[in-house]
Design a binder for this molecule. Structure first.
Ligand code: ZN
Length: 122
C-alpha cells in the first residue's frame, strides 16, 4: 500500500470507522489537520452489522457503567456521612469529657484539700 500524506506532509495512518453510519469502513485520517479520505466503499453487510452490534453492546455497557458509578457515588456519600457522624460523636464525647475534667479540676484546684474538695462545695 502506498504511503499517504496529508497536506502538511504528515503520514496519514489508516483507521477503521466506528461510526454507526459507516461501521467497519476504513479511512486515512489525521486529526491534527482534519485530513480525511475514505479507503473502501464496499464493507460487507455482515461486517457492518457485526460492528453495529458491537456498538450497541458498548453503548449498553456504558450505560450500565454509568448506573454503577452513580450507585458507587451514592454509597461513597453515605459512607462519608457515616464517618463524619461518628467523628462528630467522638468529638462531642471527647469534648464533653474534657469539659467535665476541667470542671472537676477547677473545683479540685479551688479547694485547699484535694480529698474533700467536692464535699466542701455543699
Ligand atoms: Zn496534515
Amino acid at each position: 500500500m502506498p504511503e499517504v500524506r496529508c497536506r502538511c506532509e504528515y503520514l496519514a495512518p489508516m483507521k477503521m470507522s466506528w461510526s454507526y453510519v459507516n461501521p467497519g469502513k476504513r479511512y486515512r485520517g489525521n486529526g491534527s489537520c482534519r485530513y480525511f479520505e475514505w479507503m473502501d466503499y464496499d464493507v460487507s453487510e455482515c461486517v457492518s452489522n457485526m460492528i453495529r452490534g458491537l456498538l450497541k453492546m458498548a453503548d449498553k455497557y456504558e450505560k450500565e457503567i454509568d448506573k454503577l458509578q452513580f450507585t458507587i457515588e451514592k454509597k461513597r456519600y453515605k459512607i462519608n456521612k457515616k464517618i463524619w457522624e461518628s467523628n462528630m460523636k467522638f468529638l462531642y464525647g471527647f469534648g464533653s469529657g474534657v469539659v467535665f475534667a476541667v470542671f472537676v479540676m477547677s473545683i479540685w484546684m479551688r479547694s485547699g484539700l484535694p480529698s474533700v474538695g467536692l464535699l466542701q462545695l455543699k
